[in-house]
Ligand binder design. Structure first.
Ligand code: SER
Length: 320
């Protein structure tokens, strides 16, 4: 029987991925954990425990007691927050991963999922359709920790046979939870301003292209990767993954047909430099070849779903 532990389940990705895992494996086989106790209310449908991934004995206790067979380790400090707290980001992002990998090896966990990011690329990486093996010179602590983490994953696979799998997510956009601490967060926040009929002040400039993805695609990619036969997984660092690429002005224009009065202003801050160091678009041909990856949502499809569902989901006054 599969027993699934999700670490960082209360975050933007965890909120939706945990639900999908519960659908696939059954509510009773999911153990959602988060360091914030208050996240408990998101997980009425499955078991929830408060866990700080830095507490290795506590993590080990849950793995033993719950007879865990798969771990999805999502807890991390993202790019923008990481620049405010560099050493803390390094400690959590590296220390958490190493705790998970050690326990996965010692307890013969069948499969581990750990997300990497487009942040592994840097100013000297290819900008357009960035290849899997493009040169990487990440210049954020988050990106450095993801690149190092990718190599740790590969190391645990090669040396100890830990079946750890990973994708380099682009910016993830959904309406079921807020983003927090990332450089791509503007593309979540913009919808909240649109549906509450407020002006949006964007912290990136109008024409800053970044790779992005609708959350449903991200969840499906993760499930597909984890379902693929072991021998198909040729990349043991992390797979490039692509959905849509757009700029702030383009997402704004996709919202205008629904909210013609919606206004945007641009006030780039320190996150502009981070965004400028990342790719504009990603070549994910390895994911297509190895596990049949194919995204389903483009920008307009994503906007249509989000403007329709967000007001009710967040209990905003319905658009008149
Ligand atoms: N969305 C993340 C960030 O902006 C990138 O992985 O930090």
């Amino acid at each position: 029987m599969d027993r699934i532990l999700v670490i960082g389940a209360g975050g933007q990705l965890g909120t939706e991925l945990t639900k999908a895992l519960a659908h696939k494996y059954g509510n009773d086989n999911i153990i959602a954990t988060d360091f914030q106790d208050a996240m408990k209310e998101k997980f009425e449908y499955c078991s929830f425990q408060t866990l700080n991934v830095m507490d290795k004995p506590a993590l080990e206790k849950i793995v033993e007691k719950e007879k865990v067979t798969q771990i999805y380790h999502l807890a991390a400090i993202l790019s923008a927050s990481g620049e405010q707290h560099p050493l803390q980001a390094w400690d959590l992002n590296m220390g958490g991963l190493l705790n998970v990998l050690e326990i996965a090896r010692d307890h013969k966990i069948e499969k581990v999922f750990w997300p990497s990011s487009i942040a592994v690329f840097g100013p000297h990486s290819d900008k357009q359709h960035t290849p899997q093996q493009s040169f990487k010179d990440p210049n954020t602590v988050y990106g450095i920790s993801k690149l190092a983490g990718e190599h740790w994953c590969e190391y645990y696979f090669n040396k100890y046979g830990v079946d750890v799998r990973s994708v380099r997510y682009p910016g993830l956009i959904g309406y079921k939870s807020l983003a927090g601490g990332g450089t791509t967060d503007y593309a979540v926040d913009i919808y909240h301003k649109a549906v509450t009929e407020e002006k949006f002040v964007c912290f990136l400039s109008a024409h800053t292209y970044l790779p992005m993805m609708y959350m449903e695609d991200a969840v499906n990619a993760t499930l597909q990767l984890m379902d693929a036969p072991k021998e198909n997984i040729r990349i043991r660092t992390s797979y490039n993954l692509a959905g849509i690429s757009f700029s702030p002005i383009e997402i704004y224009q996709s919202i205008l047909p629904y909210y013609p009065q919606f206004e945007i202003a641009y006030q780039p801050d320190f996150r502009q430099q981070i965004a400028d160091s990342w790719p504009n678009s990603i070549d994910d041909s390895m994911a297509i070849t190895d596990w049949n990856w194919k995204p389903a949502f483009d920008l307009n499809a994503m906007t249509a779903i989000i403007v329709k569902n967000l007001p009710q989901y967040f209990n905003y006054k319905a658009h008149k």
